[in-house]
Design a protein. Structure first.
Length: 247
């Protein structure tokens, strides 16, 4: 198993980081800058990003550094998600499934601290759901992740019409929030959380010329809410389809 890059946000030195093997992930609670009195964010970025250099990692880490309310840990699975000849997207999902299950097994080993929030973008959002789901299974429902924030969960191979893999749902944590910014394209095509938000109707985002830009916009929106709570307002609706239809 490749190394994970773990970066602690609540630290005097913003560049403080630790590289450990996934099999030793449970040891992070013993790091000098790890604060057990606050929650810990575990962020899993999307397909083709890098846990160390991906913009979403740096922007979210900076946001949480400003608030100083949570530890911040980034999972770098770029060694598995880089495009290689003969290694398609489908196989990357299979690799990620293994990583997510092993992550859940490591979290289960931490008995003295269980205040983890999972945040994931794209495939990372689907991974967050799998971590929560697998953790419930192997702990006989004794360890339930308090919160999952799924940022435009990946749609391909998770949709209703081609769902080879199980998608993140509200049963994966005590509270699951989903932000849809490229609904039905790169993103998932249905509501699956306790709360599902659809900025700008959830599809094409302002100033975005491509679907990939709209897909990435989910973490941009979330990062802004970390810095300033209550920045955005929402309208409660019975369903996304009714909202689009003007009901």
């Amino acid at each position: 198993m490749k190394l994970l890059k773990l970066k602690l946000c609540y630290s005097p030195d913003m560049n403080t980081s630790y590289s450990i093997n996934l099999g030793s992930m449970a040891e992070m609670v013993h790091f000098p800058n790890f604060n057990k009195s606050i929650p810990t964010i575990i962020y899993i970025r999307g397909f083709l990003g890098s846990g160390e250099f991906d913009n979403s990692v740096e922007e979210l880490r900076s946001a949480y550094l400003l608030t100083k309310k949570e530890n911040f840990v980034a999972v770098d699975w770029s060694a598995y998600s880089k495009i290689k000849i003969g290694i398609p997207y489908f196989d990357n999902i299979a690799d990620l499934k293994t990583i997510c299950e092993k992550t859940a097994e490591q979290l289960k080993k931490i008995q003295s601290y269980r205040n983890f929030y999972l945040i994931g973008h794209s495939l990372g959002a689907q991974c967050a759901g799998l971590v929560g789901r697998h953790l419930k299974k192997i702990s006989n429902n004794e360890f339930i992740i308090p919160r999952i924030y799924a940022l435009d969960p990946a749609g391909p191979h998770f949709r209703r019409d081609n769902g080879y893999f199980e998608s993140v749902t509200k049963s994966d944590a005590a509270y699951v929030q989903v932000i849809h910014t490229n609904y039905g394209l790169y993103g998932l095509d249905r509501s699956t959380g306790h709360s599902d938000f659809y900025p700008n109707n959830g599809m094409k985002q302002p100033e975005c010329l491509t679907n990939m830009c709209s897909h990435r916009f989910a973490w941009v929106v979330f990062q802004k809410t970390v810095i300033q709570e209550g920045l955005f307002t929402a309208q409660k609706c019975d369903s996304f389809n009714k909202f689009i239809g003007g009901d």
